[in-house]
Design a protein around this ligand. Structure first.
Ligand code: FES
Length: 477
């Protein structure tokens, strides 16, 4: 499935790394974060090489809804309560500064990327809760207020409005920005050992290394797998639907998002933890809503995104680990990858050049204090449950009973296996043990993939790795 952005913008291909290189900085990942970080460092005179496992913007950047905003759902009241006003202000101001930096960069380089100033709205059914959030955000200097009007086909008592936010076409922006950077595509980094990055056909030695690859694949040190999980969400692009004049998201669970791109309406929702697919089907769910709310509409594209969620809902941007002083990381962006990618570029652009950054403390990956422990324990509990399923879950069907076009964990030759039956009736069997840390993968009927509920690795119906933290394919079953 191809997003609207992919369908309307092609980024020229780059060569793979062949041979050995030395550089000042190596960035792993050529999504929005990796490209912005590389660009920020190169502007300061650093020599930078970007290593990308697939294509430029081929991960989550092509699947975003492309909102650049400091409006991050129900965030600011919670941040003030849990981290205190100073850190909540750092978070808020970092995101506003990121928005400003996008504006400056787009104007300065004349980047044609359909950038539009829009308000961002958080709608909900409880007016007092929204008013409190608007007040909390405004107290941190954000352009927030409560409004009663919600021109959407959903029940709502009002919304928190953030003025002067923005939306754009992420690939058009990235195509322009990546132009002057050294990027190797189809160059997955398998091992990072000190200052050496190992790829299939070459190595890079770098003074500093940045992990900007969505989910860091190195387990130790850092333990990022114990402090993040991944969630999926779905989008339909509809023609002949409404103009909603702004970017709208719901404050409550199971709510929807709305924004326009030209004449199209992007309807988002049906989110869930990766590997825990609801039986009703996520695209079908959104299609039912589209028919109900916009009966004249027609679907022109559909796609899904996957987001890393940190235990305290604040991204990890800074030094990777105390024991690796030359490694840096930018991850855990939740659903706010566009603004947080620029925040990452601003913070790492300073820290890696030996400067202080005023926003860095709140995003410091080394912040693990007592308040994060309940979240970490919960991540561990969910992972343990998925691990145990591999041993105790009884398979529901045999391969013969499986309908064509579907996958299931079945008994095959007396053993549990993940089996996909294609339209010709041929069987593709994989082992159900995730190569990352051994949890049981689950079939995702919406995408036709095997997804891991522990840390969100994904594999196609034949077991080929789609995304990490796993680095290998699922073996044949
Ligand atoms: Fe960690 Fe599968 S992604 S065990």
């Amino acid at each position: 499935m191809h997003s609207l952005w992919e369908k309307s913008c092609k980024i020229p291909g780059r060569e793979s790394l062949l041979g050995d290189e030395k550089t000042d900085v190596a960035v792993i990942g050529a999504g929005m974060a990796g490209i912005l970080i590389a660009w920020a460092l190169q502007r300061q005179g650093r020599e930078v090489v970007v290593l990308e496992a697939g294509r430029i913007a081929g991960g989550q950047t092509r699947n975003t809804t492309a909102k650049i905003t400091s409006q991050h759902a129900m965030t600011y009241g919670r941040l003030i309560r849990t981290l205190g006003e100073e850190k909540a202000r750092q978070y808020a101001q970092a995101n506003e500064a990121a928005l400003e930096e996008y504006r400056r960069c787009i104007a300065r380089y004349g980047i044609r990327c359909d950038f539009e100033q829009k308000s961002a709205y958080l709608y909900g059914t409880e007016a007092e809760v929204l008013q409190a959030e608007a007040q909390a955000a405004a107290s941190l200097g954000l352009p927030a207020s409560f409004v009663k009007e919600v021109p959407l086909p959903v029940p709502a008592a009002g919304a928190v409005a953030f003025q002067r936010q923005a939306q754009f076409h992420p690939l058009k922006f990235l195509r322009a920005l990546s132009d002057g950077l050294t990027i190797y595509e189809h160059t997955p980094v398998h091992v990072v050992d000190g200052d050496l990055l190992d790829t299939p056909h070459g190595t890079v030695r770098a003074n500093q290394i940045v992990f900007a690859c969505q989910f860091p694949f190195v387990n130790f040190p850092g333990l990022y797998f114990a402090r993040m999980h991944q969630e999926r969400s779905y989008v339909l692009a509809l023609e002949h639907a409404s103009q909603v004049d702004g970017m709208w998201i719901g404050a409550e669970a199971d709510s929807y998002s709305f924004r326009n791109y030209g004449d199209l309406l992007l309807l988002g929702g049906a989110g869930h933890r990766t590997g825990e697919n609801p039986p009703e089907g996520c695209y079908d769910h959104l299609r039912r809503k589209a028919r109900q709310w916009f009966p004249q509409s027609r679907e022109v594209a559909c796609w899904s995104a996957q987001d890393c969620i940190s235990v305290d809902h604040v991204p990890y941007i800074g030094r990777f680990s105390a024991s690796r002083p030359n490694w840096y990381v930018a991850t855990g962006f939740q659903k706010w990858g566009m603004s947080t990618s620029m925040v990452s570029a601003m913070i790492l652009g300073d820290l890696m050049c030996g400067k202080q950054n005023p926003y860095a403390p709140v995003f410091d990956p080394g912040r693990f204090e007592l308040e994060a422990l309940p979240g970490m324990a919960m991540e561990g509990g969910k992972a343990a449950k998925a691990l145990l399923r591999r041993f105790f879950q009884v398979p529901g069907e045999t391969a013969r009973q499986l309908p064509s076009g579907q996958g299931e964990i079945v008994r095959l030759n007396g053993k549990k296996a993940g089996v996909y039956k294609d339209q010709d009736g041929s069987i593709h069997a994989v082992k159900i043990r995730c190569p990352h840390l051994g949890c049981q993968v689950e079939w995702n009927p919406d995408e036709g993939s095997w997804d891991c509920p522990c840390h969100g690795s994904r594999f196609d119906c034949q077991g080929h790795r789609i995304s990490g933290p796993a680095q290998e394919d699922l073996p044949h079953g």
